[in-house]
Design a protein around this ligand. Structure first.
Ligand code: NAP
Length: 268
C-alpha cells in the first residue's frame, strides 16, 4: 500500500552505519523519503553505492563513506568526511552488525567472540563517541532544542540471551546498556534510544554458509511464524517505520528506551 510520507526529517542529516543492505538500507531510504540527507556507511562500498543510487532516485542527497566501524581511525575519517560535506549530523543510527557463527558459548573460539564484540558493541560505542562529541558542538536546528539523536539497533536477543548466539546476544544486551548510560550522560542535549528487532528478513542470515544454516535453525526454532503473535517474519521497513519516529521530533521526550519490533514474540 503506497502512501505519502510526512517530511518530518527535512533539513536533517542522518548517518546510518551498515546501510548497504537490510535494515540499514531500509532506514536510509525511509529517512530520505521523509526529507533527510544521508551519509551511507558500510564496509562494502559496492552495496553502499547501490543504496546511494536508490536515495538519489528519490531526489535526495547522499554520500557514501566506506569504513569498518570497529576501527577508530576509519570511524574518525568517516566523521570528518560527513562533517566536511554536510556540516552536521542530526541523527546517528548505529545499525552495522554481524551475527557471528553459531556456537554454544562453551565451544565458541576466542577469535569469534572478539570479532563479534568488535563490530557490534565496540563499533556502536566508537561511532557514538566520535559523532556525539561533534553533535554537542553543533547548533540546534530551529525545529527542536535537541542537538541530535542516536538510534542503536540492538535485538530481542539482547533481552533474552538466545542459545547458540550467546556472544551476539551479549553484544546486543551491551548495546542496551550503552544506550541507557549515554542517554543519561548526553541528556538533555542528545536523545539515545535502541530498537530491538525480532526476526527480520535480511542478508544477516545469508552471508556465510554456517550462518545460512543457523538462520534456518532459528526460523525453525520459532516454527517460522507460528509463535509470532502477528504471524509473519518482519521486513526491514517495519524497523524503518520506528526508526523514522525516533529520528523525528515526535519522539523528543523519549530517551534511554529499548523498543521491541518483533511481531509480539518478546514482551520484555
Ligand atoms: P545485513 O543485511 O547483513 O546488514 C548489516 C550491514 O552491516 C551489512 O551491509 C554489513 O556489510 C555491514 N557491516 C558489517 N560489519 C560492518 C563493519 N564492521 N562496519 C561497517 N559495516 C559493517 O543485516 P541486518 O539484518 O540488516 O542487520 C542490521 C542490524 O540489525 C544489525 O545490527 C543486526 O544485528 C540487527 N538485527 C537484525 C535482525 C534480523 O533478524 N535481521 C534482528 C535483530 C537485530 P557486509 O554484508 O559486507 O558484512
Amino acid at each position: 500500500m503506497s502512501r505519502t510520507l510526512e517530511q518530518r526529517l527535512s533539513g536533517r542529516v542522518a548517518l546510518v552505519t551498515g546501510s548497504g543492505s537490510g535494515i540499514g538500507r531500509a532506514i536510509s531510504i525511509r529517512f530520505a523519503s521523509e526529507g533527510a540527507a544521508l551519509v551511507i556507511n558500510d564496509v562494502d562500498e559496492k552495496t553502499a553505492l547501490e543504496t546511494r543510487q536508490m536515495i538519489e532516485k528519490l531526489g535526495k542527497k547522499a554520500i557514501v563513506v566506506k569504513a569498518d566501524i570497529s576501527k577508530s581511525a576509519e570511524v574518525e575519517a568517516m566523521a570528518k568526511e560527513a562533517y566536511e560535506k554536510f556540516g552536521r549530523v542530526d541523527v546517528l543510527v548505529n545499525n552495522a552488525g554481524v551475527s557471528g557463527i553459531p556456537y554454544k558459548l562453551i565451544d565458541l573460539p576466542e577469535k569469534e567472540w572478539d570479532e563479534v564484540m568488535a563490530v557490534n558493541l565496540r563499533g556502536t560505542w566508537l561511532v557514538s563517541k566520535v559523532i556525539c562529541k561533534r553533535m554537542l558542538k553543533q547548533e540546534p536546528l530551529k525545529i527542536s532544542t535537541l542537538l541530535g539523536k542516536v538510534i542503536n539497533i540492538s535485538s530481542i536477543a539482547g533481552k533474552t540471551g538466545e542459545q547458540t548466539v550467546g556472544c551476539y546476544s551479549a553484544t546486543k544486551a551491551g548495546i542496551i546498556a550503552v544506550t541507557q548510560a549515554m542517554a543519561r550522560e548526553l541528556g538533555p542535549k542528545i536523545t539515545v534510544n535502541a530498537i530491538c528487532p525480532g526476526f527480520i528478513l535480511t542478508n544477516i542470515y545469508l552471508n556465510k554458509e554456517e550462518v545460512v544454516m543457523a538462520g534456518a535453525r532459528i526460523f525453525e526454532n520459532i516454527h517460522t511464524v507460528g509463535e509470532i503473535p502477528l504471524k509473519r517474519i518482519g521486513q526491514p521497513e517495519d524497523v524503518a517505520n520506528v526508526a523514522a519516529f525516533l529520528a523525528s521530533t515526535d519522539s523528543d521526550y523519549m530517551t534511554g528506551q529499548a523498543i521491541n519490533i518483533c511481531g509480539g514474540i518478546a514482551f520484555h
